[in-house]
Design a protein around this ligand. Structure first.
Ligand SMILES: [Zn+2]
Length: 277
């Protein structure tokens, strides 16, 4: 992706596959003073500015709730309004933030390596905000690059999608996923089972691990449920239990239709011979 040209990239695919992390890494590499084929160097002045989230040539457009959760600073006025309880943090990308970003796009780059706009989750732009971005994508200022990341590309304006080069994140097989999970502190014995529970999506698997999901309990619970034994799921939160049941229903239908289950094993997806009384 680094070696390819193109001023605007759209990183898309289902949730849990790291589009946000990839967008951040790409933005940092574009701005880095000494980028390598693998990405940003991590040591130059630009990388330092990026890592402390104070890069003068980077503008980040996210819903304010997401910026706060991911540790990005809000603009002075927005922060003051929220501190003074004049309004709540926005759950979508605000048109004011987009206007500021477009003004930034017209300025000269401070460090001479161009400027970058990062938009995530890109589907959280409303019609007005998306149209404002579209105009800039159509006539980009010379040294501006864009990276949009989304887990719901179908909700974007088709004209925005067609203005960007696309990179589709795919569900990992058994290759890199477990190794990455182990690097993040998941025990080796649980990594593969958690990845399966998350339908092959590494970030979702890590979220399940951090939420306290026991990988062994996951593989046992469909059969336990079929027996009417609720002990395995007794400690799950309602949200975890609903998510688990949605996944099981999906997999039972998949298996019935002759497809492979996404989050369970084939053995756990066999319907019981007769219903428990
Ligand atoms: Zn660097």
């Amino acid at each position: 992706m680094l070696a390819q040209r193109g001023h605007a990239w759209l990183l898309h695919g289902p949730s849990g596959l790291g589009q946000y992390g990839l967008a951040v890494a790409l933005a940092q590499a574009w701005l880095c003073d000494q980028p390598t084929a693998d990405g940003a160097c991590g040591t130059c002045h630009s990388c330092h500015q990026f890592e402390v989230r104070a890069h003068t040539d980077l503008v980040v457009l996210m819903p304010e709730t997401a910026m706060m959760a991911l540790g990005w600073p809000l603009g002075e006025k927005a922060q003051a309004d929220i501190d003074d309880k004049k309004r709540k943090p926005s759950r979508e990308i605000r048109i004011d933030a987009m206007r500021d970003a477009l003004e930034f796009a017209q300025r000269t780059s401070g460090r001479g390596r161009g400027k970058v706009m990062l938009v995530y989750p890109a589907e959280r732009m409303n019609q007005v905000t998306a149209n404002a971005l579209l105009k800039t994508l159509e006539e980009p200022p010379g040294d501006m690059r864009f990276v949009l990341a989304t887990e719901a590309a179908h909700q974007l304006l088709p004209t925005i999608r067609s203005r960007c080069q696309g990179a589709h994140a795919c569900v990992a097989g058994t290759g890199a996923g477990p190794a990455w999970l182990q690097e993040e502190g998941v025990p080796a014995a649980a990594a593969t089972a958690l990845l399966r529970a998350a339908g092959g999506r590494p970030e979702d698997a890590l979220r399940l691990h951090r939420g306290g999901l026991d990988a062994q309990a996951w593989s046992r619970w469909p059969k336990a449920l079929a027996r009417g034994d609720m002990a395995t799921v007794a400690d799950w939160s309602p949200a975890q239990a609903v998510e688990a049941m949605q996944k099981l229903c999906h997999d039972l239908m998949a298996v019935q239709a002759g497809a492979a289950p996404a989050s369970s094993t084939r053995a756990t997806c066999r319907p019981p011979r007769r219903c428990p009384r």
